[in-house]
Design a protein around this ligand. Sequence first.
Ligand SMILES: NC(=O)c1ccc[n+]([C@@H]2O[C@H](COP(=O)([O-])OP(=O)(O)OC[C@H]3O[C@@H](n4cnc5c(N)ncnc54)[C@H](O)[C@@H]3O)[C@@H](O)[C@H]2O)c1
Length: 258
Amino acid sequence: MKPFQLTHKTALVTGGASGIGRAIAETFAKNGARVVILDFNETQAKEVVEAFKAEGLELQYIICDVSKAEEIQQIVDDIASQNKIDILVNNAGVAHVGNIENTTEADLDRIYSINIKGVYNCVKAVIKHMKGNNGVIINMASIASSVGISDRFAYSMSKGAVLTMTYSIAKDYVDQGIRCNSISPARVHTPFVDGFIAKNYPDNQKEMFEKLSKTQPLGRMGKPAEIAHLALYLASDEASFITGTDFPIDGGFIKLNG
Ligand SMILES: NC(=O)c1ccc[n+]([C@@H]2O[C@H](COP(=O)([O-])OP(=O)(O)OC[C@H]3O[C@@H](n4cnc5c(N)ncnc54)[C@H](O)[C@@H]3O)[C@@H](O)[C@H]2O)c1
């Protein structure tokens, strides 16, 4: 059998309607998984699932907000009543630019509720269904989880928490056969990055794109498919000896800058 196959496995991918999550949903489906995208952008989710259908891939989407605990619990219980949930990818996340002085309390609460509580809600909803079932949880952290990135106070706070929640969950559930790891990308070229440049640097978008590309020593941004293939490996049985670990995928950002 080919390695890295997810045949007969059910995978939930939050934020699967765009960017990295979309690539993960596609890669998992191409390697045999039954994928359910959980996303709050209905237009995009529909478009993505239709595009996959044209490629012969059957994926489902459910519209939801990961920051809403009851909504997530209900959706997860419904899915679990039909299929064993094997994989959860906590990928939904939002960005924020600012230092502590220009980050408002409302900004902080918003980033907390999606990037941190979203992970908490999804893991809390899924974990009871995964016990004793070789469940796999993959959290999308960031290089901002472990190194200082300027002007990213709230975002770094949230991604630091994603990293440490990963360690905590991995430790608490290692005896129940659940593996939990995180991925820490540097900049990846997605709508997340395009939106950030358009909003913050409307007059010099091309120049900013070049500048952001060069902050990775490899001289470019990552591609969503590159992150998706790491996620595929971590979700597969070939990674069954890996838990409680963070995987930077960063074009050399953490170790080679400076
Ligand atoms: N792109 C990068 O450079 C980069 C780098 C490091 C980490 N990350 C992380 O990777 C993840 C994906 O980033 P991306 O660049 O693909 O982003 P993206 O904006 O392209 O996609 C994010 C998706 O999450 C969904 N989403 C946002 N909030 C949600 C909510 N409350 N409930 C349900 N769905 C929600 C959006 O609708 C969207 O489809 C994020 O967690 C981000 O922090 C991205």
